[in-house]
Design a protein around this ligand. Structure first.
Ligand code: NDP
Ligand code: PMR
Length: 398
């Protein structure tokens, strides 16, 4: 395993701002049922590594290093060409779906996984604990809540000389109990800033690398979800996703001279997450329309099933975390284990039968994949185009 770190320290996760949108305190709710506000979980806070921690792990000595590029299509002794290992970048591979996918794809022995993570040491430990073989993964630092970090990551990756065959935009934050918005380094509401804008910039910066790949499968995957799709029961649990006319996003999503919500409304952490998932699914389709023919890259999204025990729910109240897995297992029957979900995403990465571009994949009860229908909003071409143009401006690409 090669140690790579674009920007390790200081390690600032997010900044908090006061805003007029904080004025109304909402009640916390469990499965949509209101609960008293003393159930409040801690909101995400600024995260810094202590000096002691840095000394213990000699972090200051870790520098960006170049990993040697693998041989491309080496000739074997009998003259036949052997396919080189594919390279896949997975964001947020330090836990949950990302880690399970890294494990599933690395275990095939045919892929090298770049684990693009905000917490370098957590990722290294998680990979080792999961039993991912050292020659099959590299951890690189990436904080999607900082566009500088995203640019630095893309730059460090390009300088490594590795080809890029698949990029998986998987990382996400979900802040359902937050009473007030928190913000990325550039001042965007944290859920949309991380889940959508950080990934949007990353994918745009790495598209050329994907285009240049000579691998049989070159793919860009952006993880979506059922809860962003209002054509499903799960997507109709309030608060529902709704991007409106994107007026909040167009005004900067900063909660100061604009709303922290895409539609311009009052802050709602659960809605912000669902909105961000709609953005993820719209972005995948817009990539497909703009670049599939020209680049040959397959663009896909998916709903992997309800992985009810992942870290995604860490900010939810303890009672929710206790009841959500059995609710999904026995009532909705939408539950899926991290391991099974990881295998599903691994299929979207490498299975030749999932090579159609522009598709939102889902799995039925027998764990067979099928092309799913997106909601009206999540397949609105005009909205996707507008989202693309506004996002380009916000991340400094236009
Ligand atoms: P987890 O919380 O387990 O994983 C999320 C990952 O994102 C973590 O590795 C986390 O890092 C990382 N992350 C968060 N913020 C940042 C950041 N600023 N920069 C870089 N990485 C970051 O949740 P899941 O595995 O459940 O979620 C993975 C994906 O699956 C998400 O896109 C989610 O929307 C989607 N999904 C999940 C479902 C579920 O039921 N759980 C259902 C449908 C979709 P760290 O380890 O440091 O916290
Ligand atoms: Mg939902 C078939 C029904 C179904 C499925 C597949 C999910 C998935 N959920 C379903 C139904 C319901 N949920 C119903 C009927 C309720 C009301 C009782 C309900 C409630 C609920 C809550 C409060 N569900 C939730 C929450 C969350 O906080 C989760 C969320 O919205 O995260 C954004 C969630 C989820 N339900 C799902 C899935 C996959 C999630 C979480 C993850 C995600 O979309 O990324």
């Amino acid at each position: 395993m090669a140690l790579q770190s674009a920007t390790l320290l200081p390690y600032s996760l997010s900044i908090r701002k006061e805003s007029k949108w904080n004025a109304t305190l909402k009640e916390t709710s469990l499965f949509g049922v209101p609960l008293p506000s003393n159930f409040k979980a801690d909101t995400i806070s600024s995260c810094r590594l202590s000096e002691d921690f840095k000394r213990r792990y000699s972090l200051s000595t870790i520098r960006a290093q170049t990993v040697s590029a693998p041989e491309i299509n080496q000739a074997s002794s009998d003259g036949k060409k052997t396919l080189r290992k594919g390279t896949v970048i997975i964001t947020g591979a330090s836990s949950g779906l990302g880690l399970a996918t890294a494990k599933a794809i690395a275990d095939t022995g045919k892929w090298h996984v770049i684990m693009a993570c905000r917490n370098f040491l957590k990722a290294v430990k998680a990979a080792k604990k999961a039993g991912i073989s050292e020659e099959n993964f590299t951890v690189m630092h990436l904080d999607l809540a900082s566009l500088d970090s995203v640019r630095q990551f893309a730059d460090t990756f390009k300088r490594s000389g590795r080809p890029l065959d698949v990029l998986v935009c998987n990382a996400a934050v979900y802040l359902p109990t937050a009473k007030e918005p928190t913000y990325t380094a550039e001042g965007f509401e944290l859920s949309v800033g991380t889940n959508h804008l950080g990934h949007f910039l990353l994918a745009r910066l790495l598209l050329d690398d994907l285009k240049q790949s000579d691998y049989p499968q070159k793919r860009l995957i952006i993880v979506g979800s059922i809860t962003g799709n209002t054509n499903t029961l799960a997507g109709n649990v309030p608060p529902k996703a709704n991007l409106g006319d994107l007026r909040g996003l167009a005004s900067g999503l900063n909660g100061q001279n604009s709303s922290p919500m895409i539609d311009g409304g009052e802050f709602d952490g659960a809605k912000a997450y669902k909105d961000s998932k709609v953005c993820n699914m719209l972005t995948m389709q817009e990539f497909h329309r703009r670049f599939h023919e020209e680049t040959g890259v397959t663009f896909s999204s998916l709903y992997p099933g309800c992985i009810a025990e992942t870290g995604l729910f860490r900010e939810h109240i303890p009672l929710f975390r206790l009841l959500f897995p059995p609710f999904q297992k026995y009532i909705t029957k939408g539950y899926v284990s991290e391991e099974e979900a990881g295998k599903r995403l691994a299929q979207v990465i490498s299975d030749p039968s999932l090579s159609k571009s522009g598709v939102y994949w889902s799995w039925n009860k027998n764990s067979s994949s099928f092309e799913n229908q997106l909601s009206k909003e999540a397949s609105d071409e005009e909205k996707a185009r507008k989202l693309w143009e506004v996002s380009e401006k916000l991340v400094g690409l236009a």
